[in-house]
Design a protein around this ligand. Structure first.
Ligand SMILES: [Zn+2]
Length: 653
């Protein structure tokens, strides 16, 4: 379209109103050179708004301080929403260069806010007088108040100085750990010929026992070779600094600090949660071990487990993915994902060709209520591309708040359909891929059905050990017969998937869980035990031998059998050493209990019971982080979550 105002200079799209369908991003008008100026303008705007809050002569209120903080950065919200999504799904060297340039600027801007004592004084005043606020406002004030405290704003000068030193040192140590681990992973590939991500598949299929032993030993000793890439010293320094930091902030150890703003609340709660799961997995693993030894005719070692588990699986269930794949064409699976949401929550989903997308393979959809009112806009970006980060995720382009409906994307790395129009091979998904599609849309529904006033606590802005509940919950619909019949048809003939094949899928999903849940649970316990040590206790740890001895003691005490090791050992446990899952690896199992326990309610009441679905939607999905998770759970279920539901779901009874 020709523009009437051609005499004007072209403006930065992020500094303008978007006159697009539903205010979605006008991707075709975004150019790389617009990002940095928009970020810089956004940071300036935010600074000015924060200063105005601090300078406000009126007494601090929720509106003039806490809400004003949420509204301080409209330009940044806009540019970040687009940039950080595309930086993951379209990670070109140009985008990476911008990311490298802007990340430290954004970190500094954020630190400046959360170290601002005058601002904190106003937030604190609102926090301490929050009795008259709504529940949602109280949750939001608490969250912001805690962010300040957890950043050390309340410390004295010496404390602040030490806190900053520790933060900086931890940042460079995590980076160093990441680099060493990357080098170790590359060395592993060189020594064995397989990549780290191929490890489990390889161990399940390699017939050469000596080779399996070699691969197992190389895999489980990463970071522990006493050479330049050894991570023992880095790990110890990180653990010691974390303990010191937690103690500086008044916590007995780092686990207590990490848990204080999570659903679980305390390390004791997590420990008491994990041990019974550990016991159940080991009972199941021991029983399976006997079966596998009978099959193998010899003692099973750690490097034999996956191999004989696959042999046993084939013998028991004979599930071959080449049988199931024709029923799981990517677009049909998406239809199933939508059908489940439409049937359960009574919403409507249709393609929205009027909405611009950022890549020709991406599709846009519109979600509406029965009365036609807009719920939000959804992009599905399913297929693998060389410039896309690995894995699968949900993210917001725009988050829900009062008067604003969300824009959400699901990004996956499913096989791309063939490009040849005369012989177009469709994208056929594995059972695991199908589960992923339902999982990510579960996160999307959490974002879409949110009915909060404030973005800070809306949608998926909840504690880490709560957020996976909704994605894991949604996975359950994938293999429900009534949903399968809406999507799982052979792409060549249209034939529906046979019932006995569905039964095989369901059975194989609970196979080998003693091992799978066992190694996850063992890693979760190891993570907790490391982070429950005080700095005085950690002072006794001098080197690699002390780390080994501690790890062995923890594994013995939790009851782990010799044939299974934690999913990650200390020297290559990236989640807890360099990533943000320290004292948090348990979150996966914790969320799963919430998900399967909620699912049991659906099964008790009938999966398509409208009252149950309405209650789930109103109690959880509409509430986001505007209430304590446990309060919401008890409202829905009438009781606290029961870990026995996880044992049942995983076949561990
Ligand atoms: Zn997830």
């Amino acid at each position: 379209m020709m523009s009437a105002c051609s005499e004007k200079q072209p403006q930065n799209i992020f500094l303008q109103e978007w006159n697009t369908p539903y205010g979605t991003a006008p991707f075709s008008q975004i150019t790389l050179d617009q990002y940095m100026p928009a970020f810089l303008a956004g940071i300036e705007e935010e600074k000015a708004h924060i200063q105005a809050i601090v300078d406000n002569p009126d007494a601090p209120t929720f509106e003039n301080t806490v809400l004003a903080m949420e509204n301080a950065s409209p330009i940044l919200d806009k540019v970040q929403g687009v940039f950080f999504n595309l930086a993951e799904s379209d990670s070109t060297p140009e985008m990476q260069a911008i990311e490298e340039e802007v990340t430290p600027l954004l970190t500094d801007a954020s630190n400046e806010i959360y170290m601002n004592e005058a601002l904190f004084a106003r937030v604190k005043a609102v926090y301490e007088a929050s009795a008259g606020l709504t529940r949602e406002q109280q949750m939001m004030v608490k969250k912001i108040y805690q962010s300040f405290e957890r950043n050390g704003v309340a410390l004295d000068e010496a404390g602040k100085k030490r806190f900053a030193e520790i933060s900086n040192r931890l940042a460079s140590l995590s980076q160093k750990f990441g680099q060493n681990l990357l080098a170790e992973n590359n060395a592993f590939k060189e020594a064995t010929g397989i990549t780290v991500s191929e490890y489990y598949d390889f161990m399940g299929s390699c017939e050469d026992r000596a080779k399996r032993e070699q691969v197992f030993k190389a895999y489980s000793s990463r970071g522990n070779h006493g050479d330049a890439n050894d991570t023992n010293a880095i790990v110890l320094e990180i653990l010691k600094l974390r303990a010191e930091m937690a103690e500086l902030l008044g916590y007995p150890n780092f686990a207590a600090y990490q848990l204080s703003d999570k659903m679980a609340g305390t390390p004791e709660t997590v420990d008491n949660f994990l041990q019974p799961i550990m016991d159940a997995t080991m009972r199941s693993a021991r029983a399976q071990l006997k079966e596998m030894e009978a099959l193998a005719g010899h003692k099973i070692e750690a490097w034999d487990w996956c191999y004989y588990a696959e042999k046993l699986r084939a013998q028991k269930y004979a599930l071959d993915e080449s049988q199931t794949k024709p029923y799981f064409q990517a677009d049909s699976v998406l239809k199933g994902v939508f059908t489940a949401a439409e049937r359960i929550y009574g919403i409507q989903i249709e393609e929205a060709p009027e909405v611009e997308v950022y890549h020709p393979e991406v599709r846009a959809y519109k979600l509406t209520e029965k009365d036609g009112s807009l719920i939000g806009i959804f992009y599905r970006d399913y297929y693998v591309r060389p410039v896309k980060r690995g894995g699968a995720w949900m993210n917001n382009f725009r988050e829900q708040r009062e008067g604003v409906r969300p824009v959400i994307v699901n990004v996956c790395n499913f096989p791309a359909p063939g490009q040849d129009p005369t012989d177009a091979q469709p994208s056929l998904l594995t059972v695991d891929n199908v589960t992923t599609a339902f999982h990510e849309f579960g996160h999307a529904l959490h974002g879409f059905l949110s009915q909060c006033h404030y973005e800070t606590v809306s949608g998926t802005n909840v504690a880490r050990d709560f957020v996976e509940m909704f994605s894991q919950f949604n996975e359950n619909f994938a293999f429900v017969p009534e949903i399968l019949s809406a999507y799982a048809n052979d792409y060549r003939t249209g034939e529906p998937i046979p019932a006995e094949l569905v039964e095989k899928i369901r059975k194989s999903l609970t196979f080998n869980q003693g091992f799978m849940a066992g190694e996850t649970c063992a890693a979760s316990i190891l993570d907790m035990k490391w982070h429950e040590l005080s700095s005085a206790e950690l002072a006794a740890f001098k080197g690699p031998d002390d780390i080994r001895a501690f790890e062995e003691k923890v594994c013995r005490e939790m009851g782990l059998i010799d044939q299974i090791i934690p999913r990650y050992r200390t020297t290559y446990f990236n989640h807890i050493i360099a990533s943000s899952y320290s004292a948090g690896y348990y979150s996966y199992l914790w969320s799963e209990v919430l998900a399967v326990d909620a699912w049991e309610k659906f099964k008790e009441d009938g999966i398509f019971n409208k009252a149950t679905a309405d209650s789930f939607r109103k109690t959880f999905l509409e509430k986001g982080g505007s209430e304590e998770p446990m309060t919401l759970f008890k409202q829905f279920r009438g009781a606290e979550p029961n870990p026995a539901a996880l044992m049942r779901a995983r076949g561990l009874e």
